[in-house]
Design a protein around this ligand. Structure first.
Ligand code: FNR
Length: 183
C-alpha cells in the first residue's frame, strides 16, 4: 500500500522545541499508511524576490519536498502574537516564483503549543489566513491550542496526560479523514 506523504513544518528552530516534540507525539497517533517528512527550514536564505529568475538550490529543494507531499501539517510556536519569521520565510519561499506555488490544492492542519494560556491561537489564526491565500484547504475543527505544562510529554516523548492524548487522537483522526477526502 502506498503511503500518504505528509510534509511536516515546525515553526521553531529551538533545540528542545515543544512544538517539535508535539509534532513527534502527534505523528505517533497517525495510521501506518501516513508517512511524515520533517521539512528542513533552518538552512534557507531570507526570501528575496531577486531569487525568482534563478531559485537557489535550498529553495528548490524546499519546493520539491512540499510539491511531492499529499498533505501538509504545521506545528508552530507563536512569536509576538504571530507566526515565527522562520516559518513565514519558508512559506514565502515555497509559494514563489509567481505561478509555481508549491502548496496549491493541498489539505492541511495547524496546531501548536506555547507557554502562554492562549496556546498559539493568534499565530494559528494568522497562519490560516496565509494558507487560505495559498489555496490550501485547512481543517477548521478541532482547533488545537495547547499550553505547555510540566508532564505534557512523557519520558518516551508520547503525550503524558490521558485527556490531552485523547483530544489529540481525535484531532489526528479528523485530520486523516480530511486528507483522505481530498485524496
Ligand atoms: C515567545 N513566546 C510567546 N508565547 C505566546 O504564547 N505568545 C507569544 O506571543 C509569544 N511570543 C514570543 C516571542 C518570542 C520572540 C519568543 C522567543 C517567545 C514564548 C513561546 O511560547 C515559548 O518560547 C515556546 O517555548 C516557543 O515554542 P518552542 O520553541 O518551544 O517550540
Amino acid at each position: 500500500m502506498s503511503k500518504t506523504r505528509v510534509a511536516l513544518l515546525v515553526g521553531s528552530l529551538r533545540k528542545d522545541s515543544f512544538n517539535r516534540q508535539l509534532a513527534r507525539a502527534v505523528e505517533k497517533l497517525a495510521p501506518e499508511d501516513f508517512g511524515f517528512e520533517h521539512i528542513r527550514i533552518d538552512n534557507l536564505p531570507l526570501y528575496n524576490q531577486d531569487f525568482d529568475g534563478d531559485y537557489p538550490p535550498e529553495c528548490r529543494r524546499l519546493k520539491d519536498e512540499i510539491g511531492a507531499a499529499d498533505a501538509l501539517l504545521f506545528v508552530t510556536a507563536e512569536y509576538n502574537r504571530s507566526i515565527p519569521g522562520v516559518l513565514k520565510n519558508a512559506i514565502d519561499i515555497a509559494s514563489r516564483p509567481w505561478g509555481t506555488n508549491s502548496f496549491a490544492g493541498k489539505p492541511a492542519a495547524v496546531l501548536g503549543v506555547s507557554v502562554g494560556a492562549q496556546g498559539t491561537a493568534m499565530a494559528q489564526q494568522h497562519l490560516r489566513n496565509v494558507l487560505a491565500y495559498l489555496d490550501v484547504s485547512t481543517l477548521a475543527q478541532p482547533e488545537v491550542f495547547i499550553q505547555h505544562k510540566e508532564g505534557l510529554f512523557g519520558p518516551d516523548g508520547a503525550i503524558g496526560s490521558e485527556g490531552t492524548r485523547k483530544f489529540l487522537q481525535d484531532f489526528v483522526d479528523r485530520y486523516v479523514a480530511w486528507v483522505r477526502r481530498h485524496g
